[in-house]
Design a protein around this ligand. Structure first.
Ligand code: IPE
Ligand code: IPE
Ligand code: MG
Length: 240
């Protein structure tokens, strides 16, 4: 499909799966797969920006990933911290705004500080929005949103009958941003694994066998081409 005829989804979300399997196939430790995966996401951010995507949301660490061996959890947290520290300059240069979604109360002080620094430094950028999900779970996010709504009711800011979809959405981690148009999951499994449950009500899903460390701009373009073949009805009737 040529660049002119391709409709580019405004918001693309990615479940970057398969780092461990990629490493295992090569006889490498799982953490080598994560390191390689971190390089790939930096490249895909540039490609997404170049293709005209406005929001890129990636799943980096789920609320369930804490159940992995401590050494792997530590390696992932270190990788995230290093990325946030080392890429501020590049994000400024490329006009990228970074936002972290998920519950940061369980993250280390050091990581929380790296997040704060990255978000504050890039807050005024007007290019692509890069959302990274860290200690993120869709159900956890809904629970936190409902709690915040309940607080508003208790304090009298909101009446129970004023609890609408908009009121709940306003308390999600992605408040103010559009829902994903396209969700990509790599490495073969076809499930959501607790990602963006609220936001993906009408998202187009795309699954590929390619493991995340092997994901390229060409694979992203393939996903966008598949998206272009979809007929989004949102519960309505097919357009003539
Ligand atoms: C995705 O790769 C990265 C995270 C979940 C943090 P995995 O680590 O899940 O890789 P596989 O699925 O075991 O191959
Ligand atoms: C989803 O992948 C989480 C991330 C990519 C961060 P998992 O590898 O944790 O998901 P399951 O366990 O296969 O469902
Ligand atoms: Mg996995």
């Amino acid at each position: 499909m040529s660049e002119e005829e391709r409709r580019v989804p405004g918001h693309v979300a990615i479940i970057m799966d398969g780092n461990g399997r990629w490493a295992k196939r090569r006889g490498l430790p799982r953490n080598m797969g994560h390191a390689r995966g971190a390089q790939v996401v930096e490249q895909i951010l540039e490609d997404a920006d170049d293709l005209g995507i406005r929001v890129l949301t990636v799943y980096a660490f789920s609320t369930e990933n804490w159940t992995r061996p401590q050494s792997e959890v530590t390696a992932l947290m270190n990788l995230l911290n290093r990325y946030l520290r080392s890429s501020v300059g590049k994000c400024m240069k490329n006009n990228v705004r970074v936002r972290i979604i998920g519950d940061r109360t369980k993250l280390s002080d050091e990581l929380v500080e790296s997040i704060r620094n990255m978000e504050e430094t890039t807050a005024g950028n007007t290019g692509i929005l890069f959302q990274i999900a860290i200690n993120y779970g869709g159900r956890d996010e809904i629970v936190r949103a409902v709690r915040a709504v309940a607080e508003d009711v208790r304090s009298g800011v909101l009446k129970p009958e004023e609890i609408t979809e908009e009121a709940i959405a306003a308390h999600t981690d992605t408040a103010g941003e559009p829902d994903p148009d396209l969700l990509i999951r790599t490495c073969g499994d076809e499930r959501i694994s607790n990602f963006l449950l609220w936001q993906s009500a009408y998202t187009e899903l795309y699954f590929t066998d390619v493991a995340w460390p092997d994901f390229t701009r060409e694979e992203l373009e393939k996903a966008i081409d598949a998206y272009n073949g979809r007929d989004r009805r949102f519960g309505g009737l097919k357009e003539k």
